[in-house]
Write a protein that binds this ligand. Sequence first.
Ligand code: NAP
Length: 542
Amino acid sequence: MTKKDYDAIVIGAGFSGLAVLHHLREIGLDTIAIDGADGIGGTWWINRYPGVRTDSEFSYYSFSFSKEVREEWVWTERYPSGQEVLNYLNFVADRLDLRKDIQLGKWVEKAVYDETANRWTLSIKGGETLTAKYLISGMGVLSQPIWPSIPGRETFQGAMVHAARWPEGLDLTGKRVGLIGLGASGIQITPTIAPECGELFVFQRTPNFIVETNNDPVTPEQLQHVREHYDEIFERAANHPFGVDMVPAQHSALEVGPEERDRIFESKWNEGGFHFANECFNDLATNHESSELASEFIRKKIREIVKDPATAELLSPRGYSFNGKRVPTGFKYYDTFNRENVHLIDTKTTPITEFTEKGIRVGDTEYELDVIIAATGFDAMTGTLTNFDIVGRDGVILRDKWSTGIRSNLGISMNGFPNLLLSLGPQTPYSNLPVPIQLGAQWMARAIAFAEKNGVPALEATVESEEWWAAETDRAGKATVMYTEGQKAKAWFFGENVPGKPREFQVYMGGGQVYQQYCRDAEADQYRSFRAAEQHQLAESA
Ligand code: NAP
């Protein structure tokens, strides 16, 4: 008979699923990871669009907990391609012998908590049922794609694809291609497909501030250096607000004169990518005036790179400043607009009217296309947790609990949902993600080990802790330039890309290192703020 009952089930077999599975097995829990996909890799399994790659450098876009993996895995690019990360995760699964406890092709349709048994029951598509005492979500924060709300999607006669559901074998050679969406996905797709396409029409609503970089091969010396210093690298990343191996800048952009400021901006721009965002000055995300100085520097760079002044101006964000939206890394993004076959269409002034049989209509102009790519993002942070019924105590569905606002303790646990734990839940740090994933999985293993050893019936956030964390998430978000009234860009961070979603900070902006300290504090306090289940039992029996 096939086994159905486990100590713990992790949903997801990406970075989160693998880390949680590994660490829960280490504490002796009978654990499996299940995933609806047919392969290991999570977001890297799903996202196969042309140009997909990390925008964090390889040295800190990985786990540090396995000596074998660290020493045997060979990174080849400074910013590894999606395929390379996928290969890495498969290597992790093999090297740590995780595969025997991973079940693929299992799509969870419903999860229900049974208070009498203190267990979760999962209904799997196709009729199977699995149960576990602990249910852990490793479903990813950007996994629930959304299409643009533009009429006529069914009308278009060509191929229409979402960036996060890229079909195998889609040939763009010589085609007329339309791309909607210029977040991190669209910004990677644009330069990659431009040389193949006959004509590429890029439909831009809000331009981003993009930090350009080079993607160099990793030399054997660099790889050796990283292998020898993995712990220090991880430690620095864990202590950095954004989870990167960079030394946070010490000074405000307002403390230095214009020449010195420009020299610093220039040198960090040349180092590429997030070095510009993190190493120039300490207030580019929190002080509007400083952020605006960085904005002007990037606008100047755009004017230098892009030859047509009108296109350069259109690519230059106005009305919000640097860090006002999630900053994407560019791999010759701006250069791409110097190509004759690439056309930038402003859909801010005149929004896209509709999809037609032949293409896209913007006002009176119809663009005839063979392929339309929607790189229009995700129902971020909460989407995977609200798109099916997760039913907690007293029949409450998580989607309903969160309908007026997210409530969780540290993004890990929710009141009313005993022993449901989230890896990278909403209200966890805005960060290079493998760092909080690893630390979170290790914290979770220690918390569960504590509960098991001390007869704690379930880990469950207290109501007070949820209110505290909601207030702290709000405070931290409002202290950033993402929240400057009247200067705000629409951002998924604030739930603004999904109609009807409460407008609130979906991520914790107070810094990864601050968040980790809160997690350590909860642990030192014997998880008191996660022990509502005991209070509930006491109340019941009183
Ligand atoms: P996104 O940042 O949410 O961007 C969606 C884009 O679609 C925006 O440019 C948005 O314009 C546009 N859009 C939506 N509806 C539209 C409409 N009706 N007309 C015109 N434009 C429309 O999505 P994403 O690029 O997939 O990135 C999401 C997140 O995933 C990133 O922020 C990042 O955290 C992660 N990601 C990471 C990597 C990486 O690390 N390598 C790569 C890809 C994604 P507006 O801005 O005007 O709303």
